[in-house]
Design a protein. Structure first.
Length: 416
């Protein structure tokens, strides 16, 4: 570090900022996706038949998706939230049973539990992480537990090996929520292949997409896959003898052929996308050496994160400012930064409040405590420590250097 930067030279105080140009977009979609969709329209115009769903494009997309995970069965659906719902529905959880869910996730990772007339039991995170762990999950297991939902937040693997050991001991199925973890691995094994069934989001902001919205349900279990297909398409009798009729009540959650065609092209790009996102984060993490204000949290041994976003830990003892002031200064210099991930704590939202007065918590069939609180102290401490940063596979050396310069400038200004 050269001479100390005066606080007056920070952009937050009106001085020039480090990054004067917007960070480049992801360029997620290209000519490959456009050509694939155009061909669908060309074929539809030539044949006179409209573009539908459950056709050749989805069949190929699901086959390629399953192959990317080492084999199994995949079904395209219309959103990541739907994927969680369908995955849980395929496990046939007993109504008014309890399903263990994380305290840090998208609301769509918890709300399907209630839509299935089950009770979400909110597990704390591992200290210093946005992910839950075996110890936090086991604390909530009871005779009423029917399933466990495990997300891999930010594309960073949770200790799914340890969680599966706990789940197996209690004979409880696990849904892996891989909405943020496309292409991530733990000890060489792809995330999404540990649990009984997995849910992926393929909306436009994820590692790969099927258009504006979409999702995939994956399993290696053929019987679960059959139930997935029932749940995703109005109970149509997939896998049943000829002449069978719709076998369960459900809704139409299908992915369409346009989304599947986009997804096929996107799957070809996914390994490169994940590789480039890792490279950006690795370069940033290496550049943090020597800084005292922030550090990169450690990962599990054997973790290969796919980096949907990046997190760094803030050290308040190193600076003369608060974490909020530090983040405001980073943002003023041109960095896309979020103070914390509290908008990823669904159990603190309005829909979860006063739950004892709401169905299914207030149903006489529920034998647990509808007023039970879930304080999640580890997550609260983590929210106070960690800073959430956007990253992109399109970034190169200039973007990495600018980000590191921003960190160094702001740290220097606030170093006592």
């Amino acid at each position: 570090m050269c001479s100390k930067v005066p606080v007056s030279e920070l952009a937050v105080n009106g001085a020039p900022k480090v990054r004067t140009e917007p960070f480049p977009g992801r360029h997620l979609l290209g000519t490959e996706e456009k050509e694939a969709v155009n061909k669908l329209f060309d074929d539809a115009i030539a044949s006179g038949n409209a573009i539908g769903y459950n056709g050749k494009m989805e069949e190929e997309y699901c086959r390629k998706f399953a192959e990317s995970l080492g084999g199994g069965f995949a079904d395209g659906v219309n959103s990541g939230t739907t994927a969680v719902y369908v995955a849980l529905r395929a496990l046939d959880p007993e109504p008014f049973s309890e399903i263990i869910v994380p305290c840090v996730t998208d609301p769509g990772g918890i709300m399907p539990v209630v839509m299935l007339n089950c009770i979400p039991m909110v597990a704390d995170t591992v200290p210093g992480s946005y992910n839950t762990g075996p110890e936090q999950i086991e604390e909530l297991i009871s005779p009423r537990t029917s399933a466990i939902v495990v997300p891999h937040i930010a594309g960073t693997p949770a200790d799914v090996t340890g969680i599966m050991a706990i789940a197996s001991k209690h004979n409880i199925p696990v849904v892996e929520d891989c909405a943020q973890a496309h292409g991530a691995k733990l000890n060489g094994q792809p995330l999404g292949t540990f649990g009984s069934v997995a849910a992926f989001s393929t909306m436009f902001g994820k590692h790969h997409c099927t258009g504006g919205q979409g999702g995939v349900v994956f399993t290696k279990n053929e019987e679960i896959y059959r139930k997935v297909r029932w749940a995703s398409d109005r109970g149509k009798p997939f896998g049943l003898p000829a002449g069978s009729t719709n076998c369960i009540p459900s809704l139409n959650f299908n992915l369409d052929e346009i989304g599947a065609a986009i997804g096929i092209a996107q799957l070809d790009k996914l390994p490169g996308i994940v590789k480039r996102r890792r490279a950006v984060v690795n370069a940033l993490a290496d550049g943090l050496n020597g800084l005292k204000a922030i550090s990169a949290p450690p990962e599990l041994p054997g973790a290969e994160s796919s980096r949907w976003f990046w997190i760094v830990e803030f050290n308040p003892d190193a600076l003369s400012c608060t974490k909020e002031e530090f983040c405001n200064a980073l943002a003023a210099e041109g960095l896309t930064v979020q103070l914390d991930y509290r908008n990823g704590m669904p159990h603190k939202m309005y829909w979860f409040k006063n739950r004892a007065e709401k169905f299914p918590w207030n149903a006489p069939q529920y034998q647990g405590d509808p007023n039970r609180e879930f304080p999640c102290p580890n997550a609260e401490v983590t929210m106070d420590k960690l800073i959430k940063l956007a990253i992109s596979e399109s970034w190169g050396e200039q973007e990495v250097n600018d980000i590191l310069e921003i960190f160094r400038k702001v740290e220097s200004a606030y170093t006592p």
